[in-house]
Design a protein around this ligand. Structure first.
Ligand code: GN1
Ligand code: MG
Length: 366
């Protein structure tokens, strides 16, 4: 543990003496450490927030503070365990939810919830179903949260905004890679119209805004030993957005038979049984609340979010790898290809996915 990390950690109001601080996990955005403490005191997660991605960390932490306070009340009212079923963020000694170090870097701390499992991939339909229940419940807990939330990342899942960034990236061609990417660029361009057409339904209000997580990939959820969702973590991107984002982004990970960055593309496809299992769990919590238009676009949301992810990985490659952390020079291009293989598999099974949503919705509306 470096003296610097120790000094940063000590600005937060932690219980117990710090034993060690070590790197944890492999997030694409922030740097994450685990603080182990002595005796009965909880352990903690310390994160250096990525300022390129999150330009207003105080506003982000304020979102998280208010949203977790709201969920905590609901958990208590339902007789749950507020120390385990919602994230607890820890203030500094002077009462802020972030610390700025001498280099101008932002840090935040939350309690580490032990005896939980985080998965990088769903390994059974039961787990996928439980994941769907968890995100459905999370959205339900926030259904009556009516305060405005800061837009921590401008146009995060707004494809119209993503195309503005995309056009700019192509025009600038910062890394000089555009010429070698004709095929991949066509993947994006050929779907531009249908994706923008969907966004007009959000703009018109046909698809409502709700409080959503916006990054529901499977490793952002803590499961208990029985396979039930205990707590939804990584709340950095909680914002007002279409609820569909959370469904689509979950399908992108739970129902992918391969890895997000698989090099062997034959391993990548959408598993219809996993899709059906997640949809069943999610709709068990949400079918009676979502509008008809939302329900009608659930299957499409998997195409939408996966397409957006292809665009974002490719755009980062075109920009010279400035957003996502990469493990090798071609990593963003490999991610692009692997997510595109998933998108093609989703498109090929789209009618069957729509059928699944129809029958599952009918089951819960009956
Ligand atoms: C990032 O923070 P993390 O690693 O859970 C990204 C998501 C992407 C995901 C791709 C703030 O998620 O939007 O879908 O990588 N988060 C942000 O795996 O950009
Ligand atoms: Mg994460």
């Amino acid at each position: 543990m470096t003296a610097k990390l120790q000094q940063i950690a000590s600005t937060f109001a932690l219980d117990g003496k710090i034993l060690s601080i070590k790197p944890l996990g492999d997030g694409f955005i922030n740097d994450t450490f685990i603080i182990r403490t002595e005796g009965d005191a909880p352990d903690y997660i310390l994160q250096r927030k990525n300022q390129i991605v999150f330009p207003d960390v105080p506003a982000m932490m304020d979102n998280i503070d208010r949203v977790t306070a709201h969920i905590r009340k609901r958990v208590i009212a339902d007789g749950g365990d507020p120390t385990r079923e919602v994230m607890t963020i820890i203030p500094t000694h002077d009462g802020k939810f972030y610390h700025i170090d001498e280099d101008g870097e932002y840090w935040a701390v939350c309690v580490f919830i032990d005896d939980t499992i985080a998965y990088n991939a769903a390994d059974s339909e039961e787990l996928a179903r439980m994941g769907g229940v968890g995100i459905g419940k999370f959205q339900a807990q926030l259904a009556d949260f009516n305060e405005p939330l800061a837009e921590v990342i401008k146009g995060f899942h707004n494809i119209k905004h993503r195309f503005v960034q995309w056009d700019e990236a192509l025009a600038q061609d910062l890394a000089g890679r555009k010429a070698s990417l004709a095929k991949e660029i066509e993947w994006i361009e050929s779907r531009r119209e249908e994706m923008l057409a969907f966004w007009t339904k959000v703009e018109s209000g046909e698809i409502p805004l709700r409080v959503t997580h916006n990054d529901t990939k499977i490793n952002n959820i803590l499961f208990d030993k029985e396979g039930k969702v205990l707590c939804v973590i990584d709340l950095d991107t909680v914002m007002s957005a279409p609820a569909l984002n959370d469904f689509g982004d979950a399908i992108r990970t739970y129902a992918n038979t391969g890895a997000e960055d698989a090099e062997d593309l034959s391993t990548v496809s959408l598993s219809l049984p996993m899709f059906a299992a997640y949809a069943d769990g999610y709709l068990s919590q949400r079918a009676t609340t979502l509008t008809k238009s939302e329900l009608d676009h659930l299957a499409f949301s998997a195409r939408y979010i996966t397409f957006e992810q292809v665009l974002r990985f490719l755009m980062d490659y075109i920009n010279g790898d400035t957003y996502y952390k990469i493990k090798s020079p071609l990593h963003n291009l490999e991610r692009t290809h692997a997510q595109y293989a998933l998108l093609q598999s989703i498109e090929a099974q789209y009618e069957a996915m729509c059928e699944v949503i129809k029958t599952t919705t009918a089951k819960y509306l009956a």
